[in-house]
Write a protein that binds this ligand. Structure first.
Ligand SMILES: Cc1cc2nc3c(=O)[nH]c(=O)nc-3n(C[C@H](O)[C@H](O)[C@H](O)COP(=O)(O)OP(=O)(O)OC[C@H]3O[C@@H](n4cnc5c(N)ncnc54)[C@H](O)[C@@H]3O)c2cc1C
Length: 391
């Protein structure tokens, strides 16, 4: 099989890139080792840039129906609460936090409607490389059989532990110093209408209204994670039972007032845990390859901005691919870095948990200015070409 673009990973980064390329008429195959419509280890608060992208791509109506509209964000600091209303702008009236089953499934289904082929159950384990060193395709295993797909471009949208990034040797440009660990689950009966971010000494909590429930996470420095899980539970720091017990205890320990609010609510799902990973921005293009989403740019969940940037870079990459020049790919690399660097650095500082209330508020104000700059850059883009019937 030979196509224009083969994309490894069919979640927000890969499926969005496929959707945009297929709409513009490119022959695209997306492969993913997972299954369609499944969940993944992530909370899912979207910021304005993501909602703007989904609006422009025509994806938002299918999300708005059934996902609560968030019209303000409350930052709860040690000494004061600050509520920031979402100002209607660029067609964005509210923020949303759709479950990944919904968001990723929708993007994948719309990529297919637009003409992309999306194949699940395919594990990519290598790249096809020409004698000139250019990447020319992928090798994969599916159903016990080996497969090769040749392509003019291989896009790694395969997440934090990207196989594509490893095979092309994508070197880090910036590396983070800090990491936060996260435990999260879903609650009914919370009556939480806003995004609520609670910051305390050595811990934070977030409440994210989503489909039929509120996602509640508690986050602590990764270096303390095992000890604090052990201290908060009865057994060794492994196993779901201990994570569940630690989750409940840490919510009360980090912020007793927040813990008290949960007493009238019911946890309706299992507890999920992420041990933390320092962030990175890696080189994202080379001969015959590109990276998008976490594969090339991972930052700590502390600022809940990974999906927003994955969607941003899906569009920037699709534009570069459609332009079809090396200069356009270099421009993608440069723009991605220029828009990401401060977001990345501030996120890393927030993930350190080493700040006073005043310092944290000033980091949040700067992050907000950087998000506005990102949104402004996205809003200024001309609409992408749309040749397919579904576009
Ligand atoms: C605990 C936690 C909380 C978070 N909370 C938020 C939040 O609130 N808001 C936000 O914006 N971001 C959040 N993030 C970040 C967000 O989850 C990521 O930025 C986002 O998932 C990146 O999407 P992606 O498409 O690049 O990669 P992924 O979502 O990781 O998808 C990669 C896909 O590639 C596939 N794949 C991997 N390897 C292979 C292979 N070899 N062959 C075939 N397929 C492969 C996988 O099956 C997967 O489907 C959070 C992250 C974590 C860990």
């Amino acid at each position: 099989m030979k196509v224009d673009v083969v994309i490894v990973g069919a979640r927000c980064a890969g499926a969005a890139t496929a959707l945009l390329l297929a709409r513009a008429g490119a022959r695209v195959v997306v492969v993913d080792r997972g299954r369609y419509g499944t969940d993944t280890l992530s909370t899912h608060a979207l910021m304005r840039g993501a909602v703007l992208q989904l609006h422009r791509w025509g994806v938002l109506p299918a999300i708005v129906n059934g996902t609560p509209a968030v019209t303000a964000t409350t930052f709860s600091y040690l000494h004061e609460d600050v509520t920031v209303p979402i100002e209607p702008k660029y067609g964005v009236e509210a923020l949303y936090a759709p479950r990944r089953t919904l968001l990723d499934g929708l993007l994948s289904a719309m990529a297919v409607e637009s003409g992309a082929e999306v194949i699940y159950g395919v594990t990519v384990d290598g790249l096809v490389t020409g004698t000139d060193g250019r990447v020319r395709g992928i090798t994969a295993v599916a159903g016990g059989q080996r497969h090769t797909i040749e392509a003019d471009l291989v896009v790694g949208a395969d997440g934090l532990y990207s196989t594509v990034a490893r095979h092309v040797g994508a070197e880090p440009i910036v590396v983070g110093r800090h990491a936060a660990a996260v435990l999260y689950s879903y609650w009914s009966g919370m009556n939480e209408a806003n995004y609520r971010w609670v910051f305390r000494q050595d811990g934070s909590i977030g409440a994210i209204p989503t489909n039929d429930a509120t996602c509640v996470f508690v986050s602590v420095p990764a270096r303390q994670f095992k000890d604090r899980v052990r201290a908060a539970s009865l057994g060794p720091p492994s196993g779901r039972a201990n994570a569940t017990e630690a989750y409940h205890r840490l919510l009360h320990e980090v912020c007793p007032e927040f813990g008290a609010r949960l007493e009238g609510a019911t946890r309706v799902e299992a507890v999920h845990g992420f041990g933390g990973h320092p962030g990175f921005i890696k080189r994202s293009t080379g001969p015959g390859w590109a990276l998008v989403g976490d594969a090339g740019y991972f930052k700590d969940p502390a600022t809940a901005h990974g999906i927003t940037d994955a969607l941003r870079d899906a569009e920037l990459l699709a534009r570069a691919v459609l332009a079809g020049t090396t200069t356009a790919m270099e421009q993608f690399e440069a723009t991605r870095l220029e828009l990401s660097r401060r977001l990345f650095e501030i996120t890393d500082e927030i993930a350190s948990f080493a700040y006073s209330d005043g310092q944290l508020q000033s980091l949040h104000r700067e992050f907000s200015r950087e998000m506005s700059r990102e949104v402004h850059a996205l809003a200024a883009l001309e609409p992408l070409p749309c040749l397919s019937a579904a576009g």
